[in-house]
Design a protein around this ligand. Structure first.
Ligand SMILES: Nc1ncnc2c1ncn2[C@@H]1O[C@H](COP(=O)(O)OP(=O)(O)OP(=O)(O)O)[C@@H](O)[C@H]1O
Length: 728
């Protein structure tokens, strides 16, 4: 099967520092809080403050692997424990609490010698029994490994510590008072009863709930029907009644389930908090399961969500109701609904509707830049409107940073321009308030881990980070030109030269990330920060690694749904597995937006379903007059990026080497001719498909690629534009 790509004869020498090949560890010399530089390991020595039980903020060392809590700061008393969330997670935080914390903090600033307290702590911890804890009745909880240090003498401090790490207002809100063996046969009453490597169930009450805890990650879902859900609400304190996981999977069809974002409004005083949640075949397996997921995202003060009403007033009672007319729902626990709940005030309107003028036809001529796009996240981690309270810095940071102004807000964070008094420099401070950390811990760990490792001229630098009282604070390089979204909003569109310059920066940064096995997964104009290149042009730096991840070493495909609707690649929605080419798809969409001011896929009425259907079909065009004066080379390049066939979609390296990108849009007439031929072939194939296939349009572009190869033979001109066979 042939593929088409545009390339220069000789790959231009990239003058930027090249990373080592994929999987080679990246080097980074981080500037630490105290102004020194060091490797990531000795950055642990920068003890960042953290809130202690008695309210004092104390230091929390940065990148680290354990959570050590202890009275003496070195984890040397009965409270001293290590909590690992999952053995596989990339990082977790190192937290030390205690009266003599400074000693411990100091030990992190020393090289690790036998005199320092940390090795002793770690040595002792390595001898600890490791046990796993689940939550009673929570079939979604993956369990938490917990090393039981020999200093943990009794059940009380253990249960107190577990309460801190495993409970919140929804999960075991009354704390942990009982611990059972995994089969519920025995209650653990003495610390010596724990056995190394075994699993246990923590509970608030003395009633053990029998579940297949060990297989909590992939339960069989039983599809609820109206009849078998009778009396479902109000059965437990902690949420909807546990599902009957031992039931056979239902055969009830779910053919109405397709990727769709629903919006849930938390009932209460207006403006109310809004959460978005992606439903698809994986996340919408039954009504009960969606309700349970929403319970953990929305976090009603009253506990579990027991009722959901669409804005039309209709109550959602079946899974199908999430896929019908209503896509905005109001969530209730025990509260009564009132007519006033269904009236949306203006502050809420902005949050609920992603486009202004949400209703009405989107005639071609009216197409426009969509509103700032919110990222999709799976793992029950919805998008919470950031909390203005985050503006108040914790005491230890208040002395260091002076907040100047709000630079931007995203799905999870607020970003401020600050004056770093210690470094005497202006910086950006990204704050993820603790209410937005819930359900996103792994993603945040990943963001911090990736940001700590990357060093590239077109990627925003992270200098330092802290965690205080559950909120995260990241000190970042300040980029002064705003983000590309704001810029496009002002200027509507860019010329080709400026676009090519920005795409060259972006492609370069993606080559670096992909070579090192990192996917960004959320490439969008909001995450591309601009700074002046000369008087008339900008360059960019890639920001927000909130969805970044590492490619699995065993080459398996990723399936977690994430991205941002307008820029999300079809394979993410299809859940067929994806890889780093999700990033180049998004670059193609951005390049399209840069040149005409509207995206290639845009739905009538901002309808998400229609948007996803268009993306899955992969059909778009270059409407006149917006595209009349653009080069064929850039249009052909876009077609090679926004290509539903992953095999033929360009890699970041091919994009970087593309002649239009490298020559900053200054291309030869031969290149233009060949590009035009490629476009005609592809667009012709779409049109034929549309004539024959009717409305639903998922098809492989390989057909059109075959046709293209026919034209391509002998079509190479001056080595600038070649058709390349990537398949035999
Ligand atoms: N280093 C920086 N310098 C200047 N502005 C920044 C910086 N980092 C972020 N911003 C601004 O803040 C906005 C939000 O930041 P960011 O995208 O990191 O937040 P987020 O909550 O993680 O976003 P998302 O909604 O994609 O999850 C950006 O769109 C940008 O306008």
């Amino acid at each position: 099967m042939p593929a088409v790509c545009f390339r220069t004869t000789d790959s231009p020498r990239n003058t930027l520092p090249r990373p080592s090949p994929r999987k080679t560890p990246m080097k980074r010399t981080a500037q630490t809080a105290n102004g020194t530089t060091g490797s990531r390991n000795n950055r642990k020595s920068v003890a960042a403050p953290r809130q202690t039980d008695d309210g004092d903020e104390q230091a929390t060392p940065r990148a680290s692997t354990f959570d050590v809590r202890g009275k003496d700061g070195a984890g040397d008393d009965a409270h001293s424990n290590v909590v690992e969330s999952e053995p596989t997670s990339m990082t977790s935080s190192l937290v030390i609490e205690g009266d003599n914390f400074n000693n411990a903090a100091q030990s992190f600033t020393e090289p690790l010698t036998s005199q320092s307290t940390l090795p002793r702590t770690l040595e002792r911890l390595s001898k600890a029994k490791r046990v796993r804890f689940y939550r009673n009745g929570d079939q979604y909880y993956k369990g938490q490994w917990y090393p039981l240090s020999d200093r943990m003498k009794s059940m009380k401090p253990l249960m107190e510590d577990l309460t801190k790490t495993m409970c919140d207002s929804v999960a075991l809100p009354h704390g942990i008072r009982h611990i059972f063996t995994i089969d519920g046969a025995n209650r653990i009453t003495d610390i010596d009863q724990f056995e190394d490597g075994e699993s246990y169930v923590c509970s608030s009450s003395d009633v053990f709930k029998s579940l297949d805890y060990a297989n909590a990650r992939e339960p069989f879902w039983c599809l609820a029907t109206t009849s078998n859900r009778g009396g479902r609400f109000g059965q437990t304190d902690n949420g909807p009644a546990p599902l009957n996981v031992s039931a056979e999977p239902s055969n009830e069809p779910r053919d109405f389930v397709y990727p769709r974002i629903i919006t849930v409004i938390r009932n209460g005083n207006k403006p109310r908090r809004v959460v978005r949640h992606l439903l698809n075949k994986k996340t919408a397996r039954s009504f009960d399961q969606v309700l349970t997921d929403l319970t953990s995202i929305v976090k009603l003060d009253s506990g579990a969500i027991r009722k959901l009403y669409g804005l039309s007033g209709k109550q959602a009672t079946t899974l199908r109701d999430f896929f019908e007319e209503d896509h905005i729902f109001i969530a209730y626990g025990n509260e009564k609904s009132t007519a006033d709940d269904f009236l949306v005030v203006s502050e809420e309107h902005k949050r609920l509707y992603t486009r202004s003028g949400n209703r009405g036809n989107l005639a071609l001529g009216n197409r426009s830049l969509p509103a700032r796009n919110e990222s999709l996240r799976e793992d029950r981690s919805g998008s919470v409107i950031p909390d203005e309270m985050a503006r108040r810095l914790p005491l230890d940071l208040e002395g260091r940073f002076e907040i100047k102004r709000l630079l931007g807000d995203g799905n999870t964070a607020l970003v401020y321009e600050v004056l770093d008094r210690e470094q005497v420099e202006r910086r950006a401070l990204k704050i993820i308030a603790k209410e937005n950390v819930v359900g996103k811990q792994e993603l945040i760990d990943c963001e911090l881990s990736v940001m700590s490792r990357v060093e590239h001229p077109f990627i925003v630098k992270m200098y330092d980070y802290w965690m205080f009282d559950g909120s995260y604070y990241m000190s970042l390089e300040l980029i002064t030109g705003g983000d590309l979204f704001e810029h496009l909003y002002k200027v509507r569109k860019l010329n080709e030269r400026q676009s090519a310059r920005l795409i060259r920066c972006l492609a370069d940064s993606l080559c670096y990330l992909h070579d090192n096995g990192i996917l960004h997964r959320d490439i969008k104009p909001e995450n591309l920060l601009l700074y002046p290149y000369n008087e008339t042009e900008f360059e960019l730096k890639l920001a927000d690694f909130g969805l970044a991840c590492e490619l699995p070493a065993d080459e398996t495909q990723l399936t977690t749904i994430c991205g941002t609707p307008t820029y999300v690649a079809p394979e993410v929605l299809l859940e067929t597995g994806y890889d780093e080419k999700v990033d180049t798809w998004a670059v193609g969409v951005i390049l399209y937006v840069m040149l005409c001011g509207f995206p290639p896929f845009q739905a009538l009425d901002g309808n998400q379903t229609e948007l996803f259907t268009q993306i899955l079909a992969g059909h778009f065009n270059f409407p006149s007059p917006s595209w009349d004066n653009t080069s064929a080379s850039v249009r052909a390049l876009i077609l090679c990026l926004v290509d539903i066939d992953r095999d033929t979609r360009l890699t970041a390296r091919q994009l970087f080497e593309n002649v239009w990108v490298q020559n900053l849009a200054d291309v030869s007439s031969e290149n233009e001719m060949m590009a035009q031929l490629a476009i005609d072939t592809k667009i012709g194939a779409y049109n034929r498909m549309e004539e024959t296939e009717g409305e639903y349009l998922y098809y492989s572009r390989r057909t059109s690629m075959d046709e293209l190869s026919e034209c391509g033979h002998g079509g190479s001109q001056d080595g600038e534009f070649v058709f390349r066979r990537s398949y035999s």
